[in-house]
Design a protein around this ligand. Structure first.
Ligand code: UFG
Length: 340
């Protein structure tokens, strides 16, 4: 299949690109490289440097070919930053996505897969796991920006017949098990990479935000899902789009507290992590754990990395080999039969 991947130089997007190439698909990456890395795009894969904020450039890019599927990852994605810069987040994510969606509908794109988020949901105290039909109630402008885009995609389906899959990721973590790709945000704000960098002595003491949440140890609970399992889900949903639009929650269904993440990184790395308490981070929700039974039942998708240690191990492996991330990463990922 011919696939256009926006944000294909970013963390989740680049892992999806590699999974698509591994499965034999033809991929073009579109990215503005504002947060992604050129070195994360395999040699031989076509790359278009385009800012989705530019409607004309976006239209020109989308209309260059007839895509079987468009995957949309390009977005600002930090919950915490979206609280300090709410309108920047809302404007950037919503406007850029509307430019892309409009270009796709006018070009009769029929299948569109959207990188949505668990940040659509707040605490669901009555449910041990959050189902696909749970009440949408974002606790941050980031979550709301993604919700708006889900709504826009609903209209793209109803009015233009563009079938869409909204995949609501819980906490993406880990790295390509073959070591071709990893996680490199600037600045890094996510717990697992920061805990790993602390264990490796690449940054000082880790701060744990909040110790009085209503959870088993007072720290937030998250559902970590391996980035390669996430990527695999994108391929599993494509067939669904022949007949209808779908929205799925994507997680492992297991909650891990922030302190348990520290324990896991200590176990896997064999090193102690110096850490200290810090005030709660605005926008954080106490518990986010997915019920992903619907995507499993309807597509046959299954997460392979179910234990937090197995997720941490792949992230640690990449970081040890790339302590400065993609900087100094001379060789791009090598993928068999990368298209040109
Ligand atoms: N945390 C710390 N210290 C840190 C960093 C994080 O205690 O230095 C805590 C956070 O407060 C939170 C937990 O670790 O309790 C996880 O935080 P992350 O920043 O790693 O991830 P988030 O849950 O905030 O966000 C991630 C993605 C979002 C997605 C969300 C869905 O970045 O895009 O998961 O759950 F929406």
């Amino acid at each position: 299949m011919k696939c256009l991947v926006t944000g294909g130089a970013g963390y989740v997007g680049s892992h999806v690109v590699i999974s698509l190439l591994d499965a034999g698909h033809d991929v073009v990456v579109l990215d503005d490289l504002s947060t992604g890395h050129r070195a994360a795009i395999p040699d031989g894969v076509r790359f278009w440097h385009v800012d989705l904020g530019n409607a004309q450039a976006t239209h020109d890019a989308v209309t260059q070919d007839n895509w079987d599927v468009v995957f949309h990852f390009a977005a600002l994605s930090s919950v915490g930053h979206s609280i300090t810069e709410p309108f920047h987040y809302l404007r950037h994510n919503i406007m850029n996505s509307l430019n892309l969606i409009e270009a796709c509908t006018s070009h009769q794109v029929k299948r569109f897969v959207f990188s949505s988020t668990a940040a659509l949901f707040s605490d669901e105290r009555d449910l041990s796991r959050i189902t696909d039909d749970a009440l949408v109630n974002p606790a941050s402008p980031y979550g709301d920006s993604k919700f708006f885009i889900e709504r826009a995609l609903l209209w793209a389906d109803r009015i233009y017949g563009m079938r869409t899959a909204c995949l609501r990721y819980f906490n993406a973590a880990g790295a390509d098990p073959q070591g071709r790709l990893g996680e490199d945000h600037r600045p890094e704000t996510h717990l697992i990479p920061l805990a790993i960098d602390t264990a490796l002595g690449l940054q000082p003491a880790l701060k744990i935000f909040g110790n009085s949440y209503d959870t088993r140890d007072g720290t937030c609970i998250r559902d970590y899902i391996h980035v390669t399992d996430l990527a695999d889900a994108h391929i599993h949903v494509i067939d669904q789009l022949d007949t209808r639009s779908v929205a799925y929650n994507l997680g492992n269904g297991r909650g891990v507290t922030n302190l348990e993440v520290i324990e896991s990184v200590e176990r896997v790395s064999g090193r102690r992590i110096p850490w200290e308490w810090a005030p709660p981070r605005p926008g954080d929700t106490a518990i986010l754990v997915a019920d992903s039974s619907r995507i499993r039942m309807e597509t046959g998708w299954q997460a392979k990395h179910q234990h937090i240690d197995s997720i941490v191990a792949t992230a640690l492996n990449w970081r040890k080999r790339h302590p400065h991330g993609y900087d100094g990463h001379k060789n791009r990922p090598v993928v068999a039969d990368a298209t040109s």
